[in-house]
Design a protein around this ligand. Sequence first.
Ligand SMILES: Nc1ncnc2c1ncn2[C@@H]1O[C@H](COP(=O)(O)OP(=O)(O)OP(=O)(O)O)[C@@H](O)[C@H]1O
Length: 354
Amino acid sequence: MSPDDDSVPGGADRLVGAVADGEDLAVEAALRPRDLSEFIGQGRVREQLDLVLAAARARGGTADHVLLSGSPGLGKTTLSMIIAAEMAAPIRITSGPAIQHAGDLASILSSLTEGEVLFLDEIHRMSRPAEEMLYMAMEDFRVDVVVGKGPGATAIPLELPPFTLVGATTRAGLLPPPLRDRFGFTGHMEFYEPAELERVVHRSAGLLSVEVSAEGAAEIASRSRGTPRIANRLLRRVRDYAQVRADGVVNREVAARALEVYEVDARGLDRLDRAVLRALLDLFGGGPVGLSTLAVAVGEERETVEEVAEPFLVREGLLARTPRGRVATPAAWRHLDRTPPAPAAGGQGGLFGT
Ligand SMILES: Nc1ncnc2c1ncn2[C@@H]1O[C@H](COP(=O)(O)OP(=O)(O)OP(=O)(O)O)[C@@H](O)[C@H]1O
């Protein structure tokens, strides 16, 4: 299960959740960069991919299979569409959970045209028989379609046209090595720097005809948790606020006031994140405290705290998971404007000192 997965109780419909919601899906198509030069950030992946694609074009062949790994909302689907556009090839989009039987995959593969890009999102969630069929398809552009059942079953080999598989996963570590090894190129997508997200906000604002100042874009970027999807979503909410409560222009003050209304703080923490930190500091002196106790204290399911709130708090250096329980870092005390307790005399000053 990925962090922010909406199957986790409390994970859906968060303004700062990284998984796409219905509204995102409706507007994202309009906001997607169309070619590599428009794609902001991810400098290393972009440059490596540029080489892979240019070489394939020069050879007049199809590009190697590409694996893109990274958290939701960082641009994996967007990059797969760019790969197809750069190769002037059509693209077919499907996902691991949609392919439950090898037959599902066989019918998709057998209908691909030469050079087509097959985007397989959440590739780590494909069924095992489909995965095994994919090995041969990726390596030899061939599948064995099994006809009939029992002792009379026969495998009919089926030639496939050369195609490019673009697999996307939030969990590269969950992919079996034989599958991982069949990709010619793996791109690891990183969280975006604030300056890159500012560019994302400016670009999207232009496409949505919203006027945004440099400071307004910076304010939205710093609360977007390193994720373009969240930046675009916050921009839409700030735009609403600017239209209704201001003169339509997004400046620093309007962005900050709007996001205060939506309970997204200066660092991108929302109500749940802050509730977890507040309980940790105010009720348990900063920890260590067990996950179940912490969850009861905030009135949430254990999984919600562990999978929805904690990954970002850990990434931000506000909370640490230790063998003795959850512990607040000095940055957490500072963020919530509280003074950490003085270390016990002769003690080690807690896990993180003062
Ligand atoms: N580098 C980028 N520059 C500009 N916009 C971007 C960039 N990356 C992503 N976006 C925007 O963020 C949105 C989400 O991106 P995308 O759907 O590609 O993410 P994803 O990694 O495929 O997410 P998921 O794992 O949930 O499928 C898109 O609408 C796109 O406009």
